[in-house]
Structures are given as structure tokens and as C-alpha cells.
Ligand binder design. Structure first.
Ligand code: UD1
Length: 342
């Protein structure tokens, strides 16, 4: 079976993707520097799939170390590159760290792909490249807007770097997946999102408030031009998202990607406001979320949701999991985490 290198494979989306790859029969090699993840995630993956993935504690900014992985596991056919820093606020405070982390790794991987003749790349991109789109739902050919944070800029620049590299070396090919808002956890509650310190993202903050770690959820803004005034996003279940990566790898390895680089929106096509999410969470769990409406968060867009038609048609993939189920799995995971902490 094909060998797949997964950078950031102990992270949130990475770990769920490793599970789906293993379940589809791929041999997975994870590299991760564990800067924002835990080695225990490997046990979680193993408990689900029955197979421990190979793991190397390596920083993707170190090209020599990465080259060593290609040597050790000869015959790597494709790379899924998740490893990156992703906190929007932190990227404003530490822009150079974000440019170095998120771009040097891309340069190293592209160079190694050429040198090692491992020509297929699946790249983790983001709906952040669209900024606040003029037309909703947003399609892949919508204009790329100036980024509102260094984090967002790293995703835009990385897409451009990959495009240029592929233009210059026709052997290389890439599928860039533009994620909307991934949420939830594996149904087994063996893996899930593990925020470092105070969560930045909505769902881990909600579950931590529900379980009593946080006193109060701050709802950032109720004066947006949306039906209830809170901001709208397209929340997609992390396992649905993970499955799209397996399909993307298969497409690359089967040479069905004719364009060199392809972009796909990974979303459900449905937008939900922050207040709607809280309502569904309360319904599903029966737990009330203590909340406070505060000012808008800097850099947030008002509303964005995907037109996933291109991914539905070309990849034969669809995110079908209900919001209820996504939030149920997030809650089950938070309960499991709390039990482990005790
Ligand atoms: C952002 C990025 C996305 C990136 C992700 C990674 C943009 C436009 N989006 O997603 O590309 O992949 O971070 O971290 O840059 N909210 C609250 N209270 C909270 C937390 C969030 O009200 O405590 C609201 C936010 O204002 C937003 C929604 O919940 O409206 C979702 O926020 P979040 O989960 O942080 O994701 P994004 O900001 O959409």
C-alpha cells in the first residue's frame, strides 16, 4: 500500500486524517514537532485503527531532518502538509514566527518533493483566503482578498508558492483544500481538538464553558448584518473533512488531477450564526452556556459559507453530518478529556 507522509499528523485535523488514511489501507508516517499537540494522540489513533502509525519528532523547518525521513521510509508517494501555526490573534503579535513556521516548511517540502520524486501534495489551506467574500456562498474562483492577519497571509502566500513551484516543475501536483470551520471529534472520543491554554476557536471554548473550565463564553459581536446579529460560519465535521484528504490523495496518485494545482472548498454549504450554534449545543447536550455579548473581535469577517459543489462533483465527496452530531461529538470528547485529567 502507498506510503503517505503526514506533517502535523498529531494535530487536530491531522490525527483525524491519519485515522481515515489507515482505515483506507495507507501506510502513514507522521512527522510533528509536538509544539501544539501531544504524543498521546498516537495512542488515540492506535485505539481506533488497531495500527500505530510511524512517528518522527521533527520540525518541518529543518530540511535535513525531513530529508532523513524520506531516506528512512523509502518510497513515500504523497505528502499531506498540515503542520502550521494557526492562531489568528497570535499571528498578529508574532508575525515573523508565523511566516517562518508556515512558509519555510512549505519551501522545504516542495524542494524535497522534487529531489525525492515524491510529487503529490495535499495542502491545508483555509477559507480565510477569501476574506469577506462579495458573493455568498463562496466558490473557488472568488477573488482572493487582502489577508486580515499574518496567519491568513501565510495561507495565501503558500498557495502562490506552490502554484509557482508546480508551474516550474511539471512533475509536481497539488490539491489545496480550503477548509471552512472544522469542529467536533472522532465518535470514539479517542481523538479530538486539544487547544493549548485558553481556546481561540468557538467550539472548544463552548465545551470548556459547558464543563465548567471557563466561566463565560464571550460572543464577539451582535451587530453584524445577519438575522440575529452574530457572525456566520460554515461548520464542518472534522471526520468529513478528514475523508476529503483520502480522496484527494487517491485523486493525485491516480493522476486524475490534470491541472497541476487544484483548489477545493471543504464546507457544508450551510451558514450558522454563533447564537444558532449555542442553541443547537444546548439542545443536544441539555447544558446551558453562560454567555456575554461583547464587542466584535478584530479581524473577524461577518459571514462566510462555502459553495462545495465543485468538491461534491469532482471529488465525489460531501459533508453530510448534521450540526447536532458534530456538536455531540465535541461534547463527548470534552467529557472524555475531563475524565482523563482527573
Ligand atoms: C479562524 C480563521 C480560519 C482559521 C481558524 C483557525 C479567519 C476568517 N478565519 O476561523 O481561517 O483556520 O481561525 O484557528 O481568519 N467566537 C466567539 N467567541 C469565542 C470564539 C469565537 O463569538 O470565544 C466567534 C467568532 O467571532 C466567529 C466564530 O465564533 O464568528 C468562529 O470563530 P473561530 O472558531 O475562532 O473561527 P474563525 O475565526 O472563523
Amino acid at each position: 500500500m502507498s506510503k503517505i507522509l503526514v506533517t502535523g499528523g498529531t494535530g487536530y485535523i491531522g490525527s483525524h486524517t491519519v485515522v481515515e488514511l489507515q482505515n483506507s489501507g495507507y501506510e502513514v508516517i507522521i512527522v510533528d514537532n509536538l509544539s501544539n499537540s501531544s504524543i498521546d494522540v498516537l495512542d488515540g489513533i492506535t485505539s481506533i485503527t488497531g495500527k500505530k502509525p510511524a512517528f518522527e519528532k521533527i520540525d518541518c523547518r529543518d530540511k535535513q531532518d525531513l530529508a532523513g525521513v524520506f531516506k528512512k521510509y523509502s518510497g513515500i508517494e504523497a505528502i499531506i502538509h498540515f503542520a502550521a501555526s494557526k492562531a489568528v490573534g497570535e499571528s498578529v503579535e508574532k508575525p515573523l514566527l508565523y511566516y517562518r513556521n508556515n512558509l519555510v516548511s512549505v519551501l522545504n517540502i516542495l524542494e524535497l518533493m522534487g529531489e525525492q520524486n515524491a510529487c503529490s501534495l495535499v495542502f491545508s489551506s483555509s477559507c480565510t483566503v477569501y476574506g469577506q467574500p462579495d458573493v455568498l456562498p463562496v466558490t473557488e474562483d472568488a477573488p482572493i482578498k487582502p489577508a486580515t492577519s499574518p496567519y491568513g497571509n501565510t495561507k495565501q502566500i503558500a498557495e502562490e508558492i506552490i502554484r509557482d513551484a508546480i508551474h516550474a516543475d511539471k512533475r509536481l501536483k497539488c490539491i489545496a483544500l480550503r477548509y471552512f470551520n472544522p469542529v467536533g471529534a472522532h465518535p470514539s472520543a479517542a481523538i479530538g481538538e486539544l487547544p493549548n491554554g485558553v481556546p481561540n476557536n468557538l467550539i472548544p471554548f463552548v465545551t470548556q464553558t459547558a464543563i465548567g473550565i471557563r466561566d463565560c463564553l464571550r460572543v464577539f459581536g451582535n451587530d453584524y448584518d445577519t438575522p440575529d446579529g452574530s457572525a456566520i460560519r460554515d461548520y464542518i465535521w472534522v471526520t468529513d473533512l478528514a475523508k476529503a484528504h483520502v480522496i484527494a490523495v487517491e485523486r493525485l496518485l491516480a493522476n486524475k488531477n490534470k491541472k497541476g494545482i487544484e483548489f477545493f472548498n471543504l464546507g457544508t454549504g450551510k451558514g450558522l450564526s454563533v447564537l444558532e450554534i449555542l442553541e443547537v449545543f444546548e439542545q443536544v447536550t441539555g447544558v446551558e452556556i453562560n454567555r456575554q455579548i461583547v464587542a466584535r473581535r478584530e479581524g473577524d469577517v461577518e459571514k462566510v459559507w462555502a459553495d462545495p459543489t465543485f468538491a461534491n462533483k469532482e471529488l465525489g465527496w460531501k459533508a453530510e453530518t448534521s450540526t447536532e452530531k458534530m456538536l455531540e461529538t465535541a461534547w463527548k470528547w470534552e467529557i472524555a478529556l475531563t475524565a482523563k485529567r482527573r
